[in-house]
Ligand binder design. Structure first.
Ligand code: DQQ
Length: 477
């Protein structure tokens, strides 16, 4: 039996294809997650909105498809990404209809006839925005999608992704009194497709999120690159008062080739929670044969770190502790003198690991995961003090020729005396590595051997493990 690569504690549909999270909303004490979904075996068919609900944002229950394309309607080509709001008691989805790309609304019944967001009626005024503003119509080449809507100062506000073919990606602003009639308010941020540093921002901007976070105005979006086909998500921030938006900080949201199109939600308790699409990095043929593709990231709590300009705080949601099962604890270890077999009794492909470490300059410390007994397959997570970087190496994760592993690195400078804090979640083919509350890397791994389940320490130079905790994880179903 080849190993099972289907995650056990990350959300994914029962079958077939999923991509972006959509329409995140808290409703009557529950969190609703909608997502881009193709409810048949073909992975390139028309997109629908899948739907799930959770009482704790950890365990999920599948619900019927929420939105399907209407033949002859403005979403006949597919129901693409969008958001959800509470319009004075009426649950409302604002989403992208294609082709061409337009903005549509759907509402669910309120009051006595409410059915818990199960059924949706498309608005008779659809499309409520029929394409990019006239002044951008030619340059946008029809790329106009992913409305993100919020209520502020007595009005509805929207940001939406777009492009200018001669310059780069765009995020546009709109405003409305009723969600139906929208006024174009100009460009919030414009990209330069020739920019190389600190990262490329591609040719079309997708899935913008715009919100306040700890006194900052934060814009997260996913720069699609029609030339290089790289995909990641970026964050820009400005002081809350800045109008127009003039970012003073920028960075990547999650490092690695798998995390894309995140959407965030401000919870009733004030936390800003984010989920993103974890793409597969194995062949399309294997995805089709397995009958599923894509998973949702773990819920990640965002913050803006006071005194650390440019630093988006990112940490796994506290509620995930509910999944902890069997536990091992180690402390006060001088790694160079530690028995190489320290972790040999612990095996698994669904694990959480937390390590607090002190490294000398030039030292390296980390963990080996999903390791075969002879080391033929293994994945390494390391902090390299000299380079001040976190590295996840999947080049030996799989013996399969169709899986291209790689080395993913993220800069992580530690303040004098600041310990390294690693927080790692392994869920079969998903690996998310958080560090010091301000870095996250996400990769996929597909070992071929059913004994690639081992754990070990990796180190070089002088390093001390103040504490290491490992838990087996339960499933979310
Ligand atoms: N996915 C959706 C688009 C969005 C893209 C289509 C981002 O609305 O721009 O599934 O992954």
């Amino acid at each position: 039996m080849p190993p099972n690569h289907r995650p056990a504690f990350h959300f994914l549909p029962e079958h077939y294809w999923m991509n972006d999270p959509n329409g995140l909303i808290e409703w009557q004490g529950q969190t609703h997650l909608f997502y881009q979904y193709i409810p048949n075996a073909a992975f390139r068919d028309k997109l629908h909105w899948g739907h799930a609900v959770s009482a704790d944002r950890v365990h999920w229950q599948h619900l019927p498809v929420a939105l399907a394309p209407t033949p002859g309607g403005p979403d006949a080509g597919g129901c693409w990404t969008g958001s959800a709001v509470d319009n004075d008691g009426v649950p409302t989805l604002i989403y992208t209809g294609i082709d061409p790309q337009v903005v549509c609304l759907a509402t669910s019944a309120a009051g006595a006839s409410a059915d818990g967001l199960l059924t949706w009626t498309k608005h008779q005024a659809n499309p409520v925005i029929s394409g990019p503003p006239a002044e951008l119509a030619t340059a946008a080449q029809g790329q106009f999608r992913d409305p993100f809507v919020w209520r502020e100062a007595g009005a509805w506000h929207m940001v939406i992704g777009c492009k200018d073919k001669d310059h780069g990606g765009l995020v546009l602003r709109y405003r409305s009194a009723d969600l139906v009639h929208w006024d174009y308010r100009g460009v919030l941020l414009a990209g330069d497709m020739n920019q190389g540093e600190p990262f490329r921002t591609g040719t079309v901007w997708e899935c913008p999120n715009y919100f306040e976070l700890d006194g900052q105005r934060v814009l997260i979006f996913s720069p699609g690159d029609e030339i290089r086909h790289t995909q990641y998500s970026v964050v820009y921030a400005a002081s809350r008062q800045d109008e127009p938006f003039t970012p003073t900080a920028q960075g990547l949201v999650v490092y690695g080739p798998s995390f894309y199109a995140p959407q965030s939600l401000r919870l009733g308790d004030g936390r800003r929670m984010m989920w993103g699409w974890l793409k597969e990095t194995r062949s399309r043929e294997t995805q089709l044969a397995e009958g599923w593709s894509g998973a949702m990231s773990l819920p990640m709590a965002l913050s803006w770190r006071p005194g650390a300009p440019g630093e988006l705080g990112i940490a796994p949601a506290e509620e995930l502790k509910d999944l902890r099962r069997e536990h091992w604890h180690f402390e006060n270890l001088d790694v160079a003198q530690t028995d190489a077999g320290l972790l040999s009794a612990i095996n698994g492909d669904c694990l959480e690991m937390e390590a607090v470490c002190q490294l000398d300059p030039g030292a390296e410390l980390g963990l080996r995961l999903r390791a075969a007994p002879d080391g033929q397959e293994q994945t390494r997570v390391r902090y390299q003090a000299a380079q001040q970087q976190l590295a996840v190496d999947t080049r030996a994760s799989s013996l399969s020729a169709e899986v291209a592993g790689g080395l993913t690195t993220a800069p992580l400078g530690l303040a004098p005396g600041e310990p390294l804090r690693l927080h790692i979640f392994l869920d079969r083919s998903v690996l998310e590595v958080f560090a010091n509350g301000r870095r996250c890397l996400a990769v996929r791994l597909y070992p071929t051997r059913d004994d690639s389940l081992g754990l070990g320490l990796v180190s070089q130079g002088s390093a001390r493990l103040a504490a290491l905790d490992i838990w087996k994880m339960g499933t979310i179903w």
